[in-house]
Design a protein around this ligand. Sequence first.
Ligand code: SF4
Length: 472
Amino acid sequence: MHESCGVFGIYAPGVDVSRVTFFALYALQHRGQESAGIATSDGRKIYIHTDMGLVSQVFTEDELSHLQGYIAIGHSRYSTTGSSQPMNAQPILEEPQTGTLALAHNGNITNSRFLRDELVALGHSFRTTTDSEIILKLIASSTAKNIADKIRYTMRRLQGAYSLVMLSKDSLIAVRDPMGVRPLCLGKIDGGWTIASESCAFDHIGAQFVREIEPGEIVVVNKSGVKSYHEESNKKAICIFEYIYFARPDSIIQGKLLYPARQAMGAILHREYPVEADLVVGVPDSATAAGIGYSNASGIPYAEGLLKNRYVGRTFIAPDQRLRDLGVALKFNPLSAVIAGKRLVVVDDSIVRGTTTPRVISMLRRAGAREVHLRICAPPIRYPCFFGVDMATKWELIAAQKTIPEIRDFIGADSLGYLSIPGLIESVDLPQDIFCMACFTGDYPIPVQLEMDKLALEALPTPTGSCYELER
Ligand code: SF4
């Protein structure tokens, strides 16, 4: 399961904004690893560099030194709408060479097909296959007099998830969709202002977290200061998977630091599905905090039984079949000296297609684990995401196709327990009605125009229980 993107923006005269953006994108690299880009403005001209690859692969000292100015936006991308190609790397400029507005987007527009057809019928042509270009074209073609009104017009046309950073020649602009599906926050740096998908980026660049951008809010930063505009926001639908997996544990979303929320998920998993075991192992990195939470609540010692090779990026292409067959082994290495002969509770963030989990479990067994009890920090994923997360089609989702006992048998675990929806809500300690949980419930917060097969969705059983404990 992949997140769609990380975005960053800075307005700070006197600061080396391209290098600050470069380091901020490093901190947001976990949100997208296919391409990266930075656009800057010196008040007269917009400079831009984008390419495929990790942030460290896309930028050299030379490229950064050409990105001049005092305003910058940056992007690290995982493709959701629009394939992984150089032309789709962001930020995108309204017109190549002459454009006056650059944009970087995290999310997914669910009525993009309709809007694109409409714009094409009006004579617009597209350079990319992304839904982000549709947003840019709508803003640029609006007849409203100022940028805030152009964005307001566009927001009324868009459905779906969008956290945006934009740059004009003299302003930095941030926009969060009225449901607030994807995170976006505001910070201060050296007399200037900064915007980021996650607050962890501020920590790395010496910026101070100020607040989250509200759902439906437009923030414009320029020499007149910071101005905020609000579009109507009737229903929040913050992606609960940001808490489980996507965002870094040192980020703050809805006023909550994620690390303790993830520890609480582990503690509640223990309350819901206790088991006798010798060690708790969290699958690194996203389930480490939950593993520690399970351990603290149960009194079962925590161990680093599985080590992760952090430098195998998602863009890695295995050059031959032998390496491709290694698959999970390229990423994880079990510590047999720690786990041999032990009964393990393995805590992981989610099971999507069910392709990786059986390999991890069999790897642990080959390393000598006597029992493997899997505990998952999310309820079963039975429905696809249309809001910027590349999960799978519903036919590929293992929990849409199999019962929980069948999943347990398929993955080869001794027992399997999924965190319940009430348990998940308790762990984040916020009201349930502010969250999107459509991938668990099928209750989408807005209509989706994509490939939903409603009849097939209705035919699926309503998710109820969320645990299966093996009768051994
Ligand atoms: S469907 Fe799931 S992954 Fe997608 S936005 Fe909603 S909670 Fe997040």
